[in-house]
Design a protein around this ligand. Structure first.
Ligand SMILES: NC(=O)c1ccc[n+]([C@@H]2O[C@H](COP(=O)([O-])OP(=O)(O)OC[C@H]3O[C@@H](n4cnc5c(N)ncnc54)[C@H](OP(=O)(O)O)[C@@H]3O)[C@@H](O)[C@H]2O)c1
Length: 356
């Protein structure tokens, strides 16, 4: 039995207004139905857990699922596949013991009070996935989804073919997941405290599609500018050298005996705010490019600098960084069109998915 969360939220995290959902997308309702009714075994069922206001807002029992409503009221009568309970613990109990069918998946379906209740409860540790429909628009509303912490990574992101405003995201919860941006934030703190750092090193695994974009520094709107800058640099240098020299960084590439390609970035003096995240971004993109050009598997990206510091003009930003919350790492997909050299890659071949 797995516990999952399912939510549709707008750009500004709005989920509801006046006890209604402030949008209507047929495609998303179908997605919700598919996700919450699908079981691996036909004889099994899924359960949906909701708050009393959401129950009122839906106005009926949802078919082919066990409906569980959390409320403080004690005078409501259970019905077929419909249970009123007084706590999340009682709701989970119904799924474990109170039903003749085996419950395969539990979905926490909202609203705001129930999402908050769940994420602050002990049951949060039993979470498997969060299914998010992100609506790429702002809506007015009085109910919001909470800002989730950094214990998640994307397993899947897809845009709706039927509706360009909808993006489906599936996030995996993993208690041991370490978002690399946390290490970055700690490093910034360290550099502020010690007024500099000797010998900095970050290491990233690039064997999956997760990309080590620094989500504390960069937003969706920065990506094209960064990519254009990189393409411009590549157009103006001899990039066949190993190490490749760009600005004041050296990029070494190495292929191991299993055909894995890795990149080591070396810099002597680096500003942790304006240099390090950008150079890691460049190294990551170059490694993706080179793996396509050379048909080798991506492996590690390592960044090192001898002296790290914060320039006077970046001190204010650094002091903000240490209070920020990292977001899940985005996914990078680059169209493989048999590109033969770095400058064959076009901006339109490069797709970052899952950045806000
Ligand atoms: N976009 C989405 O994915 C999505 C999904 C679901 C809902 N929504 C929207 O979210 C809004 C509703 O959210 P909401 O926060 O107002 O309501 P809600 O979470 O649906 O329900 C709140 C109610 O649940 C009960 N409850 C909450 N915590 C409890 C606890 N610890 N113990 C016992 N009972 C508890 C209380 O019911 P009693 O007052 O009866 O005690 C409380 O008033 C609506 O606008 C809805 O359309 C959006």
């Amino acid at each position: 039995m797995k516990i999952n969360v399912i939510v549709a939220y707008a750009n500004n995290l709005v989920i509801g207004n006046d006890n209604k959902i402030p949008w209507y997308y047929k495609e998303d309702l179908e997605y919700f139905k598919t996700i919450t009714t699908t079981t691996r075994k036909e004889a099994h069922k899924n359960a949906i857990i909701m708050g009393y206001n959401t129950w009122l807002s839906i106005g009926k029992r949802l078919k082919h699922r066990i409906n569980i409503v959390i409320t403080t009221k004690t005078d409501l009568n259970n019905d077929r596949d419909l249970y009123f309970v007084n706590s999340l613990g009682d709701a989970i109990d119904v799924c474990k013991n109170g039903h003749t069918k085996i419950i395969e998946n539990i979905f926490i379906i909202g609203g705001e009070a129930i999402y908050n209740y769940f994420f602050r409860s002990y049951f949060y540790t039993m979470l498997d996935k969060i299914y998010i429909t992100k609506i790429n628009k702002d809506f007015n509303g009085n109910k919001h989804f909470l800002t989730i912490d950094d214990k998640f990574y994307y397993t899947q992101i897809s845009t709706s073919y039927e509706h360009p405003e909808l993006e489906y995201r599936v996030l995996q919860y993993n208690r041991n997941y370490k978002n690399p941006d946390n290490e970055y934030i700690d490093t910034v703190k360290n550099i502020i405290e010690k007024n500099g750092l000797f010998c900095l090193r970050f290491e990233f695994d690039l064997s999956t599609s997760k990309f080590p974009l620094n989500t504390v520094i960069f937003k969706q709107s920065d990506i094209n500018g960064l990519l254009n800058e990189l393409i411009e640099i590549l157009n103006n240098i001899n990039y066949n050298n190993n190490p490749l020299k760009m600005d004041d960084c050296l990029y070494y590439f190495n292929v191991d005996n299993e055909n894995n390609i890795s990149c080591l970035i070396q810099q002597e003096d680096a500003d942790i705010v304006s240099d390090v995240p950008k150079n890691i971004f460049y190294g990551g993109i170059l490694l993706h490019f080179l793996s396509i050009i050379s048909k080798k598997k991506r492996n590690k990206l390592i960044y090192t600098s001898v002296n790290s510091f914060i320039k006077e003009r970046n001190l204010e930003i650094a002091n903000e960084i240490i209070w920020s919350t990292p977001k899940p790492q985005p996914i990078l997909e680059i169209d493989d069109k048999d590109q033969a050299k770095y400058t064959d890659f076009l901006l339109s071949d490069i797709h970052f998915i899952g950045i806000d």
